[in-house]
Design a protein around this ligand. Structure first.
Ligand SMILES: Nc1nc2c(ncn2[C@@H]2O[C@H](COP(=O)(O)OP(=O)(O)OP(=O)(O)O)[C@@H](O)[C@H]2O)c(=O)[nH]1
Ligand SMILES: [Mg+2]
Length: 529
């Protein structure tokens, strides 16, 4: 024991991996007591802890006092003995990766208690091959001075350089997107592309996608346990801040995944709600979004534990509801009741406006469609307005109504509203009921489709499903294919013919002539004035 204490007071020169005399002390002691001995050594050469393990492993204490894990390396290395002079084990390498150690070193113990081979592995910065660490060829104790010292320098330099680019490149939270489902890989990948769009719309930076198609979904983590470990390693290596699942997670799953990964965990619904919370401007939109958020959280409240308290602001904790995470179910229910009342008052105003509009007997057109189809752009070009348009999902939450004049003193009201999405969260649809009720007044629905999207057919289907849910499936409809300017003109023509659609580019007023004629035909059904 005295000899151990003697070690712990030693200082190691920075850049030196392990002095010979310490190596010899470690191996002789280890062989005497028949247990592994480990040293945690800081980048500065300080011995932070001496660890005594079993004959097969040493347990590493909490290292959180060292650099935060988000930085490339933790600034500490583990040197430990291997009683059978065996190479680094799978667990050694996992520890290296999960704890972001500077180095993992095993010193083999020979039968006579002298040092055998030295096994060294280290992490490597993110690379195309997705390699996480490098296991070096074993060295003898005599080789360790010359080659090994330089190794540390190189590793530090590489990671420091990388850190500088990370620090300056972007401050958006970095997300790993995950899909685990029994659906085909292709379908999952396509759907993940939309999740990437959603996360960009939420001001996040999607940096990586993980797809798994297991035989059966893991009840606790959705992903298999091995895959979860891969995800954590990837997340650490790529400095990800959060995981976003494309599938709905139960409250227990969110909690379990949060605990094993020590990361923020969101599912698609939470992400969509977050985008809505960021975008809501009018009081009505704010109330609707908050209602949806509270209803989503209500069944999850009893599960609140460390995984949720780790949501320190930022995504998922944003929006008008964030402090509400603190309140219990009853208070949440009270709040829901209060908001529902407020919503009622707000909808009364809306209802009055609606009645007035309907009584004016001006035909009403509604532009409906998948989010980002170009609905607001179309409204703008038809009515020379300036509703905000953006290449982001869900840029519009509030309904706008404008007058559109036709020749012969005819006019219609045309409205643009919130976009639709596949598998729209039911809480959201419920909450937006009063906004979407306006669709019931429409004499004609213009179903606008972004024909440039590879998934336009899925989009069309999703819109049909939602229109039926809203009970307006019987309203007259015009199918309009938008963004024909960015696809091959022949393909555009063929698709329009195949689907009986009108092709336009909402960016170019010269292309909307046929649409206007068709609207006139449909609305006035050949009535002459
Ligand atoms: N190339 C091209 N881009 C278009 C066309 N129409 C709209 N866009 C672009 O598509 C993006 C989305 O347009 P918006 O009008 O905001 O779409 P939206 O349907 O209102 O979307 P949400 O309100 O988010 O549901 C914007 O970047 C537009 O500039 C078009 O005909 N051609
Ligand atoms: Mg819009």
């Amino acid at each position: 024991m005295a000899r151990l204490e003697q070690i712990s007071r030693r200082k190691i020169k920075p850049g030196e991996i392990l002095p010979h005399d310490i190596a010899r002390l470690l191996t002789s002691l280890s062989s005497e007591i028949g247990r592994q001995i480990g040293l945690l050594i800081s980048r500065e050469g300080e011995i932070y802890a001496v660890l005594i393990g079993s004959n097969r492993e040493v347990l590493i204490p909490d290292l959180s006092v060292f650099r935060p894990i988000k930085r490339g390396l933790r600034g500490i290395r583990l040197v430990h003995t291997h009683l059978k002079n065996e190479p680094l084990s799978e667990e050694d390498l996992t520890d290296l990766a999960l704890l972001r150690l500077d180095l993992m070193v095993a010193v083999g113990v020979l039968q006579n208690g002298l040092p055998g081979m030295i096994y060294i592995a280290h992490l490597i910065p993110p690379n195309k091959e997705g390699k996480i660490y490098q296991v070096n060829p074993p060295l003898s104790i005599h080789q360790i001075d010359s080659s090994a010292g330089a190794l540390l320098e190189t590793i530090y330099a590489e990671f420091d350089a990388q850190e500088r680019t990370f620090a300056t490149s972007d401050r958006k939270e970095r997300a790993i997107l995950i899909s685990a489902s029994l659906e085909s890989r292709t379908l999952q990948e396509e759907s993940l592309e939309e999740l990437a769009e959603l996360s960009r719309s939420a001001q996040l930076n999607p940096i990586e996608s993980v797809v798994q198609r297991p035989k059966a979904l893991h009840p606790k983590y959705l992903l298999g346990a091995g895959k979860i470990k891969d995800v954590v390693m990837k997340a650490l290596q790529m400095r990800a801040d959060l995981l976003i699942f494309n599938q709905s997670l139960t409250s227990l799953q969110t909690k379990a995944i949060g605990e094993v990964t020590e990361m923020k965990v969101l599912d698609r619904t939470a992400l969509i709600l977050d985008i809505f919370a960021q975008r809501a401007v009018s009081r009505e939109a704010q109330v609707q979004v908050e209602l949806a958020q509270l209803r989503y959280r209500l069944p999850r409240l009893h599960e609140r534990s460390t995984s949720l308290s780790r949501l320190t602001g930022g995504i998922g904790g944003r929006g008008p509801g964030e402090t509400r995470l603190e309140v219990d179910r009853r208070r949440t229910r009270d709040k829901i009741a209060r908001l529902e009342k407020e919503m009622e008052t707000l909808s009364q105003g809306r209802a009055k406006r609606r009645t007035k509009r309907v009584s004016q007997q001006i035909p009403i057109l509604s532009i409906v469609g998948y989010t980002n189809a170009g609905k607001s752009t179309l409204l703008n070009i038809l009515t020379k307005s300036d509703v905000k348009t953006e290449n982001l999902l869900f840029s519009t939450l509030d309904t706008s109504t404008r007058r559109l004049r036709f020749p012969r003193e005819r006019e219609v009201l045309i409205t643009d509203t919130v976009g639709f999405i596949e598998a729209i969260p039911p809480d959201l649809l419920d909450a937006f009921q009063s906004t979407l009720d306006e669709l019931k007044d429409a004499n004609l629905l213009i179903h606008l489709v972004d024909i440039h999207s590879a998934r336009f057919e899925t989009h069309i289907q999703a819109v049909h499903v939602i229109l039926s849910k809203l009970g307006v499936e019987k309203t007259d409809r015009l199918l309009v294919f938008n963004k024909v300017d960015i696809i091959d003109p022949i393909r555009a023509e063929n698709l329009c013919q195949q689907y009986g659609a009108i092709g336009i580019s909402a960016l170019n007023s010269e292309t909307v002539g046929p649409l206007l004629l068709e609207i006139e035909k449909k609305v006035w059904k050949g009535k002459k004035k």
